[in-house]
Design a protein around this ligand. Structure first.
Ligand SMILES: NC(=O)c1ccc[n+]([C@@H]2O[C@H](COP(=O)([O-])OP(=O)(O)OC[C@H]3O[C@@H](n4cnc5c(N)ncnc54)[C@H](OP(=O)(O)O)[C@@H]3O)[C@@H](O)[C@H]2O)c1
Length: 259
């Protein structure tokens, strides 16, 4: 029997990139997967791909920046399946005008709501079901930027993703007594459509060296398959060819001996 047979997983941001790969990987492991994102078409395509491979998935579109919508999706899941075992709290975004000289209050709100408030809404909505079950795992996609600030991601994204890390650890602190586990995944650069928002375009050559969506999907599947008594609190995953490190290595070494 597949490890996640009979389990219900909810993946946000499931139409593309990391979320799509996680949905496919969880379905392959036997879970019934509920897919959410704002656009219906990519979700339908992912549902069709999972069904073609013999898996079970349904699309429930919605904007996770709206708490009411989040609660509606979770109420639907509870009504339809009577349980929820895995949340992949993955929906997120960034803006192109992210540097301090360009940042506007609207841009800030979009980034904070789209990465932090939305993640909180989803966690808050699923926890009552998981408490009832005395079992459940939450896997949140934060970022390398949630661990270390960098100008590349912009301050709003850095701050929001640091918040996601703090949120996940806080869930473990309070909910461990209810059999609930929370894991925050902090990826470095992953070759997904989110890179198209970068102020400096990313070449295909660089994208090919990055972590791929499927690598993250497989990591998320692994975390979801762990036995209930094991909690992985945090994972940092990055490309071996880490462009931040490579750039640092290319700097002349300050203080290097010049005989
Ligand atoms: N790629 C990287 O280098 C990288 C690195 C670190 C962390 N991350 C994080 O990884 C997560 C997944 O991103 P990705 O890299 O896979 O990029 P992506 O392909 O752009 O995926 C993001 C997904 O989230 C959905 N989404 C965005 N805002 C939403 C909202 N308000 N409500 C519902 N769905 C929403 C998008 O679909 P719709 O537009 O249809 O809603 C999209 O499918 C994000 O949290 C991102 O911040 C990415």
């Amino acid at each position: 029997m597949a490890a996640l047979e009979g389990k219900i997983a909810w993946v946000t941001g499931a139409g593309t990139g990391i979320g799509q790969a996680a949905a496919v990987a969880l379905a392959r492991e036997g879970a019934t997967v509920v897919l959410t994102g704002r656009r219906k078409e990519p979700l339908d395509e992912t549902v069709a791909a999972i069904a073609k491979a013999g898996g079970k998935a349904v699309a429930k579109p919605g904007d996770m920046m709206k708490a009411e919508m989040v609660n509606r999706v979770v109420a639907d899941i509870d009504k339809e399946f009577g349980r929820l075992d895995i949340l992949v709290n993955n929906a997120g975004l960034n803006i192109t005008e992210r540097n301090w000289k360009q940042l506007t209050p609207e841009g800030l709100d979009t980034v904070v709501q789209g990465n932090l408030s939305s993640a909180f809404y989803c966690a808050m909505a699923v926890l009552p079901i998981m408490r009832r079950q005395r079992d459940g795992v939450l896997i949140h996609t934060s970022s390398w930027a949630g661990r270390w600030v960098s100008p590349l991601s912009g301050s709003a994204y850095n701050a929001a993703k640091h918040g996601v890390v703090a949120m996940s650890h806080g869930i473990n602190m309070e909910e461990c007594v209810n059999g609930i586990r929370s894991c925050v995944v902090c990826p470095g650069e992953v070759a997904t459509p989110i890179l198209d928002k970068r102020p400096v375009p990313v070449s295909q050559e660089d994208r090919a060296k990055m972590v791929q969506s499927e690598d993250c999907g497989d990591l998320i599947r692994y975390i979801a398959c762990l036995p209930p008594h094991v909690c992985i609190n945090e994972v940092v995953i990055s490309p071996t060819w880490n462009r931040g490190y490579v750039a640092a290595l290319q700097q002349p070494h300050v203080g290097a001996s010049k005989k």
